[in-house]
Design a binder for this molecule. Structure first.
Ligand code: GTB
Length: 216
């Protein structure tokens, strides 16, 4: 059965492919898997039909053959476990790829999101100018550690894997920012991810939905 995923009807990123359906689309494209897309508005996400799919009223979700999943990481892992090319066959290498997926979502992304949210929602607060450098430092520390680990490698641990897919997806949130630009190897790593044909197909598909959605 062809899986159906939910995506934002109109992502606030203006079509940059930064919403969390993007890693799911990318994984499906890497897997060569056909999929259907159900765009949902922010309002519809909080209505019972969608809450039945996602307890927190968010995207993405994934439905297939009586299986309903939410959380982008869990969905990408499910896709990776059921198709070749996203998890190495060797059990230990596969476990390391899953480790990078967790690292992307629970170690690399949190300081990036905290900084983003502060810049978006706390600019008018008295503590803003003092807080921002602290948040920059936290992101910078993490990027420095990641940059050292990647070194001059093409991917983080041998062949491209779902771990790279999630790490690249997270780093894309910093595209064009000095914080990322100072690490030439990380910038090149993101560019390698974005150059993959599967990424390009996923990106074009999300952009098509964005362009077709009603403007506010
Ligand atoms: N942990 C969940 C996952 O990984 O699946 C988080 C899902 C999530 O935050 N989804 C967002 C959502 O549904 C859409 S991606 N929000 C509605 C809500 O919580 O009420 C949001 C998004 C848009 C744009 C950027 N960006 O520009 O960087 C990043 C994330």
């Amino acid at each position: 059965m062809t899986p159906t995923i939910t995506v934002l009807e109109r992502s606030p990123d203006g079509g940059q492919g930064l919403a969390r359906d993007m890693p799911v689309r990318w994984a499906l494209e890497e897997a060569g898997q056909q999929y259907e897309v159900r765009p949902v508005s922010f309002k519809a996400m909080k209505e019972p039909a969608h809450l039945a799919r996602h307890p927190f009223g968010q995207i993405p979700t994934y439905e297939e053959d009586g299986l309903a999943l939410f959380e982008s990481g869990a969905i990408v892992l499910h896709i990776a476990q059921h198709s070749p090319g996203l998890l190495p066959r060797d059990a230990n290498a596969g476990a390391r790829a899953v480790t990078w997926m967790f690292a992307a979502l629970s170690t690399i992304e949190p300081p990036i999101v905290e900084r983003e949210m502060t810049m978006l929602l706390e600019r008018d607060k008295v503590w803003y100018t003092e807080r921002l450098p602290l948040l920059d430092t936290r992101v910078n520390d993490r990027l420095g550690q990641l940059s050292r680990r990647l070194g001059d490698g093409e991917w983080l641990d041998g062949e491209f894997s779902a771990g790279d897919l999630m790490v690249v997806s997270v780093l894309r949130r910093l595209t064009g920012e000095d914080l990322l630009n100072q690490y030439a190897n990380l910038n090149a790593y993101v560019a390698r991810g974005e150059a993959r044909p599967a990424f390009k197909r996923a990106f074009e598909a999300q952009l098509k939905i964005f362009n077709a959605s009603p403007k506010d």
